[in-house]
Write a protein that binds this ligand. Sequence first.
Ligand code: DC
Length: 271
Amino acid sequence: MLKAFFIIAVFIFKGSYCLCRPRQKRRLLFADIYLLLVLMPKPYKLSGFSGKIIAIDGPAGSGKSTTARILAARLGYIYLDTGAMYRSITLFALRNNISIEDGHALGAIARKLNIDFKMDGDLNRVFLNGEDITTAIRLPEVTVAVSQISAHLEVREAMVKQQRKIAKGGNVVAEGRDTTSVVFPKADLKVYLDASLKERARRRLIDFARLNINSSLVEQGKDLARRDSLDSKRPHSPLTRTSDSVIIDTTNLTIEEQIEKIIKLAKSHFT
Ligand code: DC
């Protein structure tokens, strides 16, 4: 912090000096700009955060997505939204009338689909074969079908392969219910976020309102309870808390408090 302050102070002083002097002195100014860019502290590089994988698990509505997205942006990491990948296959299957029970056909699709992420401000945009499907994958019909589609072993195997490929070099915040147990069992930090059903339903309602989708608290509560049950009882990669995950109850926490807690944990794990 002190180093950054010192560099900026020198830069401002030299800048104002050079601007009213001959051309060769301006070269000094450009050298300073270069130095400034190279030496400015990047948080994860400064404190041993380079190349790490942080895996965030937990039930729907526990705050995983928002926390992972902001955390990734703050650390300069990739945000790997695994739920969005399962939603993308679901959308494709619904649009192409592929039975949500046909694990073999769905697995073949999962191996071929091209899913990309691109940050747009604070929104993690999702592209399926080049089409922006950020809003479409949050539609209620996708939400209803995704648990069943993501339960097929062939679908999961294809997705896990893609997820590990994306995270090959580290610097990743991976979020989703199997990231701590199956996808990244050796993640550098594992966090399990939880919250009461009522609070999770309230958060989901706000998310839906943002996407102009009508719903109610009761509807959301029922849907979450149904998905919790499906996700925890399925035979492949059920929602589970690994013994080496740190549990954070987010019911009474703000997003900022959740992120602060995880950064503190990361600092103690990585340094
Ligand atoms: O986090 P989400 O609501 O976008 O996830 C959508 C669904 O995808 C959820 O019902 C379970 C499934 N999912 C999964 O099976 N494994 C993951 N790693 C992430 C999500």
